[in-house]
Design a protein around this ligand. Structure first.
Ligand code: ADP
Length: 300
């Protein structure tokens, strides 16, 4: 497995606060990778170290095979940390021209295409002064892509956006990974978003990694068989402690291998089965159980 980011024992302390506490992380090349965690988990600290903005107190980090701050490695990545700020009197197109300067003529020729990809073609010649947070974020992403990076790091790319904006950003992130082959690493606390857009996630809490894996794997643990049945009370009774009522259905907490026998037994007991399907745990419940976080992770 080739990796784009590796950290070993990465630690950052601010006085007594351990913002990162011996973090070991390997982020594979390709796809969309989400770094999740409640506020204060250390996500921004991690990204800032990776981008060379702050120094680690201990441990190592490599990005694109080079040490943090390695110029050749840095040239192969783009980033957007927080909502970007641009000179308000410039238009979106001027901002991108300005950012493209250091990447040469090819980057400048790509500007109309990136404006289109981030949905800013119509606003291209408007001053950024009147831009919404979502528009600034999309312009920031376009700016991060001008150098044709192999890796882009995005901190909370959908924060402050309205639902249509979030949907567009999600589609853009997916298409960067699927159509352009860019590895996207993003931090977020919006779990539903992450579940929809990411292939793999790392869940952090208090500067440590508490869980890592493919979204499909993480949500597969804890999956249950949802049975729409009549009479539902009978089935709940049969399943006992392994069953939980869910409206007109029962959620059976059983292994996949046990399902055929259960269904056969229910049919033989005269139960009418309208539907039987496996439902996964959502990322939110995985997150809650790993971080013990009770507050709503969608807020903020
Ligand atoms: P996240 O991005 O997951 O919300 P952060 O990386 O911003 O988390 O913060 C992790 C911890 O480090 C928090 O407890 C935060 O208060 C602390 N921290 C971050 N930056 C500083 C700083 N410059 N000075 C002191 N403490 C900081």
């Amino acid at each position: 497995m080739t990796t784009v980011i590796e950290t070993r024992g990465l630690t950052k302390t601010y006085g007594k606060v351990r913002a990162l506490d011996g973090l070991d992380l390997s982020i594979p090349r390709g796809g969309v990778y989400g770094v999740l965690g409640p506020n204060g988990a250390g996500k921004s600290t991690l990204f800032r170290i990776l981008l060379g903005l702050i120094r680690a107190s201990d441990g190592t980090a490599t990005v694109m095979g080079g040490g943090v701050g390695d110029v050749a490695a840095m040239r192969r990545m783009g980033s957007m940390i927080e909502t970007p700020r641009f000179p308000p009197y410039m238009t979106a197109r001027q901002v991108l021209r300005w950012l493209a300067l250091e990447h040469g003529v090819a980057a400048e020729a790509d500007i109309p295409r990136w404006l289109d990809r981030v949905g800013l073609t119509e606003a291209a010649d408007r001053k950024v002064r009147g831009f919404s947070v979502g528009m600034l974020q999309r312009l920031g992403v376009a700016g991060a892509l001008l150098s044709k990076p192999e890796l882009v790091i995005l901190d909370e790319p959908t924060s402050g956006m309205d639902p249509p904006g979030i949907q567009e950003m999600r589609a853009l992130i997916r298409s960067l990974a699927d159509d352009d082959g860019v590895t996207v690493v993003l931090a977020s606390h919006q779990l539903l978003e992450v579940q929809r857009v990411c292939d793999r996630v790392a869940i952090m809490n208090r500067g440590k990694l508490v869980r890592e894996g493919a979204v499909s794997e993480l949500t597969a643990t804890g999956e249950r068989l949802r049975l729409s049945v009549k009479p539902v009370e009978r089935v709940a009774e049969i399943l006992g402690a392994n069953g939980a009522r869910d409206g007109g259905a029962v959620l059976a907490n059983i292994a996949r291998a046990e399902a055929p026998a259960l269904i056969k037994a229910l049919v033989e007991a005269g139960i009418e089965i309208d539907e039987a399907r496996w439902v996964g745990a959502d990322l939110e419940s995985v997150f809650m159980s790993e971080t013990g976080h009770q507050e709503t992770p969608h807020a903020g």
